[in-house]
Design a protein around this ligand. Structure first.
Ligand code: ATP
Ligand code: MG
Length: 304
C-alpha cells in the first residue's frame, strides 16, 4: 500500500513479546462486563438501532446520521472510518451518551440510553465507558497523572497501580506524569487521554481518532494497547480513525458515508481498508461498483 511503510514490523495481530508484568491483572475481566444470555459470544456491549441525528431544522438541517443500526459485540475491536463529515464523531457521541439521537435507540449493554435521567447517564458514563475525545479534553489545571486517574478518583475507586504502570510505560508517559497538559506535546496529551480511558478498565472504550496526532511508533503503541484491552482484558473497543494502518488492528472496520453505514470489512488488513476508502466517495457510493459489500469482500480476499 502506498505510504504504508511507517508501521513496518507491526502486524495487525501485534502482541506484546513479553507478557505484561501485571500478572494478576491479566485474569481480571473489565468492570461491568455486560452479558446477554449465557454465551459470551452473543454479549452485546453497545448497539444502535435506526439512529438518526439532525442538527438544525428546515432547509438548513444537517442530517449527520440517517438511520444507523449496528451492534458492538463484547470483547471486539471495531474501527469506524469514513470521509470527513460522514457522521463518525456524531455516532460515537450518541453511543457514549454524550449526545442525544433525534430518533432511534442506543444501548450500552442492555441499558437503553433513551430517556435515561442525567444522574443515571452520568453514572453509566463514569462506570462503564472510557472516552478518548478528538480534542483530548484534559483538565488544564491537573497533572498528567491526575488527569489519568480522574475517572477513578471521581468514582471513588482505587487505581490498579500495576495496570496504571503498564499503561503509562507502554504509552511512554512515565517521565511526563507530573506535568500539566500545557507542558506536554500534542501527541503526549493524546496519549494521556488514552491512558485516562484505559486505566479504569471500563467495559467499553470509545476513541475518536485516538492516534490522530501521533507519529507511527506512538500510534502503534496506542493501537497495540487497545488491542491488548480486548485480547487480554475482554474490553470492547470502538475507535474512529482515518488511518488504514491503525484500522488494521481492529477485528472489523465499519465504513460510514453521508450518515449511513455503507460497508464493513472483517479481519482487515491495511491494504484492504485503503482500497475501500479509496473507492468510497462522500455520498457513500463505492466508485466503479454498485455493490459495496461484494467489492470489499473481493478486495479483502485478494489481499489475503
Ligand atoms: N453541533 C453541530 N451543529 C451543526 N452541525 C453539526 C454539529 N456537529 C456536527 N455537525 C455536522 O454533522 C456532520 C457530521 O459531523 P461529524 O463531526 O460527526 O463528522 P466526522 O465524520 O466525525 O468528521 P471528521 O472526520 O471531520 O471528524 C457534519 O456535516 C458536521 O458539520
Ligand atoms: Mg470527527
Amino acid at each position: 500500500m502506498p505510504g504504508s511503510s511507517t508501521l513496518v514490523g507491526v502486524h495487525p495481530r501485534y502482541r506484546w513479546e513479553q507478557p505484561p508484568t501485571c500478572g494478576t491483572v491479566e485474569t481480571m475481566p473489565p468492570r461491568d462486563v455486560v452479558t446477554q444470555g449465557s454465551a459470551p459470544s452473543t454479549a452485546i456491549a453497545a448497539s444502535a438501532v435506526e439512529v438518526a441525528k439532525e442538527y438544525g431544522a428546515g432547509d438548513t438541517a444537517v442530517h449527520a446520521l440517517r438511520g444507523v443500526s449496528i451492534d458492538f459485540p463484547a470483547g471486539e475491536f471495531t474501527a469506524i472510518m469514513g470521509p470527513s463529515g460522514s457522521g463518525k464523531s456524531t455516532l460515537m457521541h450518541c453511543l457514549a451518551g454524550l449526545d442525544t439521537p433525534s430518533a432511534g435507540t442506543v444501548r450500552i449493554g442492555d441499558t437503553d440510553l433513551t430517556g435515561l435521567g442525567d444522574k443515571a447517564m452520568t453514572e453509566l458514563r463514569r462506570d462503564r465507558i472510557g472516552f478518548v475525545f478528538q480534542s483530548f479534553n484534559l483538565v488544564p489545571t491537573l497533572t498528567a497523572r491526575e488527569n489519568i486517574t480522574l475517572p477513578c478518583d471521581i468514582a471513588g475507586r482505587d487505581v490498579d497501580q500495576q495496570w496504571m504502570d503498564t499503561v503509562v510505560s507502554r504509552l511512554g508517559l512515565a517521565a511526563r506524569l507530573e506535568h500539566r497538559p500545557s507542558e506536554l506535546s500534542g501527541g503526549q496529551q493524546q496519549r494521556v487521554a488514552c491512558a485516562r480511558a484505559l486505566v479504569g478498565r471500563p467495559a467499553i472504550i470509545f476513541g475518536d481518532e485516538p492516534t490522530g496526532n501521533l507519529d507511527s511508533r506512538s500510534s502503534a503503541e496506542v493501537m497495540s494497547i487497545l488491542r491488548a484491552a480486548t485480547d487480554e482484558f475482554g474490553q470492547t473497543v470502538v475507535i474512529v480513525t482515518h488511518d488504514p494502518r491503525a484500522a488494521s488492528f481492529a477485528d472489523r472496520v465499519v465504513f460510514l458515508a453521508d450518515g449511513q453505514i455503507v460497508n464493513e470489512l472483517r479481519d482487515p488488513d491495511a491494504d484492504g481498508v485503503f482500497e475501500v476508502m479509496r473507492h468510497l466517495d462522500d455520498n457513500g457510493v463505492v466508485n466503479g461498483s454498485a455493490d459495496g459489500d461484494s467489492r470489499s469482500g473481493a478486495l479483502a480476499d485478494e489481499d489475503q
